[in-house]
Design a protein. Structure first.
Length: 810
């Protein structure tokens, strides 16, 4: 900013150095005072009124300007500079904090501040399947069903429907069967779903029409596209009512050859005619030489989906598949309007990356208004959201915990959610403590600072955290973190011969014993985890506890508990595999294995160093190949990894949702469906697959449990995974963050949250008061350093005056 100043009178000296002091303070503190334009305006006005001149820049040149204007009025200079500096500091220390990372106009607003660490790859619900994506998509899209937020065990309830689906079994002659019919007698199952009227989509240009009721943006020309760079560049938006046709349209998209839905392979086995439908769409695209960008799925009927009327549709499932109802609570079965599909299919928009995968369109409580995945993503309340009420009932403890204080009130409560990308744990943690994030996980480095154990090992926050009003919520996650072996790799998976496969199996078993997950949990998770003995997470049907649930390949039962086998057992298995002491007995070369991860932080590097040491117990050299998450996903999909680190969080509360991760037809590479699926290890065991096909359609009970036990034992022997651990989740929440109940099965929880923005602003001011004495010390040092310059300058002026006097003629 330029300020024009005229300085000819001695009286202006006080003012000019007062101003210099102000800007010197600003330069030194780099505070938010620069935003106080009104304050600057008053200063400029006062200067103009006093008729000052001499142009100079009043910002970055503060020091140079100060030296230029120094004169023999040293005392005046020092007093004026000090007064200006103090005035600037007093102004800066009002109602603002200096370290606020957010715009000043957002202070006190009803905004939730959260973080994300990995950029989402897909936001199109037909493709999105990762936890870092569903935290966004679950707030935007509305599948027909959802989970009750408070009830346990997890309970499905209507979302856009007026009731739970009507499920009817039919025989091969299309006659209805009783609910207790045997699975062998059931030819197909019909789900009839009725949605409520009056549900509308978010404002979106795909729905915009002219006064003549013509689409405004469905046939964009080059001139119109020239000014379009992001979705917000469209000036007009529209909306329309949700219909049953939109749900049917999305189910058809599961089979679209260009979309590669990760659940197509599974759903093609169940939804009647879906596999044949994929062939129909492929033929349609081939007839157009794949040149068309928009394939109108309304023109192609799907046998397994029938739209009865605008508010009712039916889905036909082959045989009996009880778990299908859980899928109806996932974004895969959310509605997609054909208008959005056509709008985003325009070539000009595709070239500019304006797509459904980047800009979702839904009927949910929030809509994505900013997508900058390298920096931040912003959700804002959907003004067309149909309205929903906070639950009126829950568990007995929910009343005591205040979780029903908002019972019956309209949701969502929060107007806006700002997700900031934070790659490192320390900045995340510090911003949480300063009140700039409303919630936080707990890293290993900050665990002792945040959590203490009391009584019988019960975790609670430390006294320091409690004084800040921070509370701790814990739960055992329905998740598993594991290390997988690519079974297509010739070293860890074996080649086609039985001898090679047996050798590779013993190698995997040896590694499973050597990698000490008890130690891992203690060091890197601060005890927040349970060593896994198989794929099924605790708390789900099918999970065994005690000796019956022990992995006997890796553990022995000792003193009423599992004890990891000795490293000597692992070395024996390694020698049996053909690698005595880690040396390939065929070539004499050391055994080198490759580990693909997404690790980035310093904490991750420590974990990787630890993992190398675990393999070194067997004299195996482990080479770590780190990459970003999207590239990592690509490597897994193409089978280019040898050993990899991954995890799985339950989609729904059933053991089938974990056991299908190792089902042969679901393997990533070469799966029978022709599409990438979820068997990342590419494990393929015919006996296991046969048992899985028996188990998947059964109701929970002793017979199903017996089959699950057989399947888990096969997996333990084959060891396609190092079973890793099941995490215990610890979450910290500020006192202004309300209605928190951990629920990782249901992902659309943001609409239930409430923020006390006034309390948050009060605490931010209290916790982030600037410490001014170091700045004052710097100013004093600067001022003292000016005295020699002043003295030198005064001597120079005096000598110059004497010379001028002597040179004057007398």
């Amino acid at each position: 900013m330029l300020i024009f100043i005229r300085m000819n009178t001695p009286k202006s000296a006080h003012l000019k150095f007062f101003l210099i002091g102000i800007f010197l303070a600003i330069e030194l503190t780099d505070c938010r005072l620069r935003d106080r334009l009104c304050f600057y305006h008053l200063i400029v006005w006062h200067i103009v009124q006093n008729g000052l001149q001499n142009e100079f820049t009043m910002k970055g040149q503060a020091k140079a300007l100060t030296m230029k204007l120094l004169s023999n009025h040293a005392r005046t200079i020092m007093y004026s500079l000090s007064a200006g500096f103090v005035a600037a500091l007093l102004t800066a220390c009002g109602s603002e904090v200096w370290n606020n990372p957010y715009p000043i106009h957002d202070e006190g607003e009803n905004i939730l501040y959260n973080v994300f660490t990995e950029r989402p790859k897909h936001l199109d619900p037909v493709q999105s399947y990762s936890a870092n994506e569903i935290q966004f998509t679950a707030q935007i899209y509305q599948p027909p069903l959802q989970y009750h937020y408070l009830k346990r065990p997890f309970t499905l309830i209507p979302y856009t429907t007026d009731a739970m689906p009507n499920v009817t079994y039919y025989d091969h002659d299309d006659y209805p069967l009783p609910d207790d019919s045997e699975a062998d007698d059931i030819a197909y199952t019909q789900y009839e779903i009725s949605i409520r009227p009056g549900i509308f989509y978010q404002p979106h240009p795909a729905f915009a029409r002219s006064d003549q009721n013509e689409w405004l943006y469905h046939q964009l020309n080059d001139k119109e596209l020239a000014s379009i760079y992001q979705l917000s560049d469209f000036t007009d938006t529209g909306t329309r009512e949700l219909t049953a046709h939109d749900y049917a349209y999305q189910i058809k998209r599961l089979a679209h050859p260009r979309l590669h839905s990760p659940i197509y392979g599974l759903m093609a086995d169940y939804i009647v005619g879906l596999r044949e439908y994929a062939d129909v769409l492929r033929d349609a695209l081939l007839s157009e030489q794949w040149s068309t960008t928009f394939l109108d799925l309304n023109k192609y009927p799907l046998e397994g989906v029938d739209v009865v009327d605008d508010y009712t549709y039916r889905i036909k499932i082959n045989g009996k598949y009880p778990q299908f109802i859980y899928w109806l609570a996932m974004p895969f079965f959310s509605p997609i309007p054909w208008e959005a599909d056509q709008f985003y299919s325009q070539q000009g928009l595709v070239e500019k990356n304006i797509s459904l995968d980047w800009y979702p369109v839904g009927t949910g409580p929030y809509m994505l208004t900013e997508n900058n995945p390298n920096l931040r993503m912003v959700l804002e309340k959907n003004p067309n959201f149909h309205g929903e009420l906070y639950p009126k009932e829950g568990m007995p403890e929910d009343y005591l915990n205040g979780l029903l204080s908002d019972a019956g009130k309209p949701i969502p409560f929060i107007d806006k959610i700002v997700y900031s990308r934070e790659r490192e744990g320390i900045p995340r943690w510090n911003k949480f403590l300063q009140g700039y994030y409303d919630a936080s996980g707990i890293g290993s480095d900050s665990f002792d600072q945040a959590v203490q154990l009391v009584g019988q090992g019960e975790a609670t926050v430390t006294d320091k955290m409690a004084k800040q009003g921070i509370r701790l919520e814990t739960t055992v996650a329905v998740s598993t973190f594991y290390i997988g072996f690519n079974m297509l790799d010739p070293v860890v998976g074996g080649t086609g011969t039985e001898q090679s496969r047996n050798a590779a199996r013993k190698l995997r078993q040896a590694i499973a014993i050597a990698v000490d997950y008890e130690e891992f949990i203690s060091i890197f998770a601060n005890g927040r985890g349970l060593p896994a003995h198989g794929p099924i997470a605790p708390g789900l049907p099918g999970h065994r506890y005690g000796e019956a649930g022990m992995n006997s390949i890796v553990y022995d039962w000792v003193n009423d508990g599992p004890q990891r086998k000795s490293i000597q057992v692992a070395r024996y298995l390694l020698a049996e595999a053909g690698y005595p002491n880690g040396i390939d007995q065929r070539t004499g070369a050391p055994l080198v294995l490759y580990f693909d991860v997404t690790a980035r932080s310093s904490e991750d590097r420590s974990m990787l160093d630890w993992m190398r040491k675990q393999f070194q117990k067997l004299n195996i050299q482990l080479v770590v190949r780190s990459t970003d998450y999207n590239r990592f996903q690509d490597k897994i999909r193409k089978g280019n990894a040898q050993i990899f680190e991954w995890g799985w969080h339950a989609d729904y509360p059933d053991p089938e949702n974990f056991l299908f991760l190792l089902y042969g037809p679901q393997r990533k590479v070469g799966n029978t469906s022709g599409n990438a699926a979820n068997n990342a290890a590419n494990y393929n065991n015919p006996e296991y697959d046969h048992l899985f096909e028996q188990m998947k359609d059964m109701e929970n009970g002793p017979e199903r449990q017996a089959i699950i036990d057989q399947m888990v034992e096969i997996l333990r022997n084959d060891a396609p995974w190092l079973w890793g651990y099941h995490p215990k989740e610890y979450g910290l929440y500020h006192e202004w963050f309300k209605n928190i109940k951990p629920n990782r099965i249901s992902n659309n929880n943001v609409k239930y949250y409430r923020i006390d923005a006034e309390l948050r602003q009060q605490k931010r001011l209290e916790w982030n008061k600037p410490v001014l004495w170091p700045i004052g010390l710097v100013v004093i040092i600067v001022m003292i350093s000016l005295f020699p310059a002043i003295a030198t300058y005064r001597r120079y002026e005096r000598s110059k005056g004497v010379q001028n006097f002597q040179m004057k003629p007398h």
